[in-house]
Design a protein around this ligand. Structure first.
Ligand SMILES: NC(=O)C1=CN([C@@H]2O[C@H](COP(=O)(O)OP(=O)(O)OC[C@H]3O[C@@H](n4cnc5c(N)ncnc54)[C@H](OP(=O)(O)O)[C@@H]3O)[C@@H](O)[C@H]2O)C=CC1
Ligand SMILES: O=C(O)[C@@H]1CCC=N1
Length: 273
């Protein structure tokens, strides 16, 4: 694995920033090299700080521009946070942002002192180091900055780099937001099971374990999702009956997902403004 940046300031250690921080520390990052700015630390973050001993909310005068300034605040907070954080973006370092919608140009304008900018879209399974991140860097980011950014992302899951930044809106819609669709699938299946007569607790357990088991099967099997679907589907059987509804051209899952993912990608583009 590539080297972590020599020094890191993480601004915003909520659900995503906190998950990434945990992955770095579990992955061997020297806690002395990271400083974390988080106005309202969660219990989990406080426990992590107690366990690893990194600097949580150090005195502002002790902060120097790090090699990597990692932004984990909300896109809507960036305008308010940037003036305070901008002095930490120095010419020898890079800014790594996970903010949905905020473009490389947005980030370069908000952090004019930065040597380079890397825009990343991770996802929540990063909290168990099974995330997937897609990254794009501006032209100033050299091989070393890219390798260090990769090290930060590989600590929490798989990493893909793209050259075309315009892909990130669709990436956000598919893999950034995607875990929520899967969790909603569990909710919807459980609710439908109740409607079909199952006790709620049993229905919830069955829906949850079905998604867990299917995810594990996807991970372990070399087969495509389509082939695995076909393996469940007996001709003229129960799955076939259900899929005739779910795969309906007009209002089935493909149509619904096309609409949902277009809405998320549109929102990602709006957040740049
Ligand atoms: N959650 C997810 O699944 C994913 C999130 N993202 C991106 O990650 C970013 C964070 O999202 P998420 O973790 O869910 O949000 P959270 O609200 O959990 O985390 C953001 C944190 O930043 C803190 N914060 C606010 N202002 C500052 C500041 N000036 N300096 C330092 N910290 C500050 C917030 O504190 P307070 O609450 O007190 O304001 C909060 O704890 C977003 O930009 C989002 O687009 C990307 C992919 C997936
Ligand atoms: O919902 C959001 O805006 C963020 C980005 C992707 C996942 N969560």
């Amino acid at each position: 694995m590539a080297q972590f940046p020599a020094s890191i300031v993480l601004a915003g250690a909520g659900r995503m920033g906190g998950a990434m921080l945990e992955g770095w520390l579990e992955g061997g990052l020297d806690p002395a090299t990271v400083q974390v700015l988080e106005p309202h630390p969660s219990e989990r973050l406080n426990a992590l700080a107690a366990r690893f001993g990194f600097a949580l909310n150090p005195a502002p005068q002790t902060l120097r521009p790090p090699r990597a300034l990692v932004l984990g605040v909300k896109p809507q907070t960036m305008a308010q946070a940037a003036p305070t954080l901008a002095p930490l973006a120095g010419p020898d370092g890079f800014v790594l942002s996970v903010l949905a919608g905020k473009t490389l140009d947005n980030l370069a304008a908000a952090f004019p002192g930065a040597g380079a900018v890397v825009r990343v879209m991770p996802n929540l399974p990063a909290s168990i180091r099974r995330g997937v991140s897609v990254a794009v860097a501006d032209a100033r980011a050299g091989a070393q900055a890219r390798a260090e950014a990769s090290a930060l992302l590989e600590a929490v899951g798989a990493v893909e780099w793209v050259d075309d930044e315009s892909l990130i809106d669709a990436v956000t819609a598919v893999s950034g937001s995607g875990p929520a669709y899967v969790f909603h699938l569990v909710e919807a299946m459980a609710e439908a099971g109740v409607a079909a007569g199952l006790p709620r607790a049993l229905s919830e357990r069955l829906a949850r374990q079905t998604v867990i088991g299917s995810g594990d099967l996807l991970r372990e099997s070399p087969e495509s999702a389509a082939a695995l679907r076909e393996a469940v589907t007996s001709p003229g059987g129960t799955t076939f009956a259900a899929l005739q509804v779910l795969m309906r051209e007009k209002d089935g899952m493909p149509a619904l997902f096309a609409e949902a993912i277009a809405a998320a990608a549109r929102r990602s583009r709006e957040l740049s403004g």
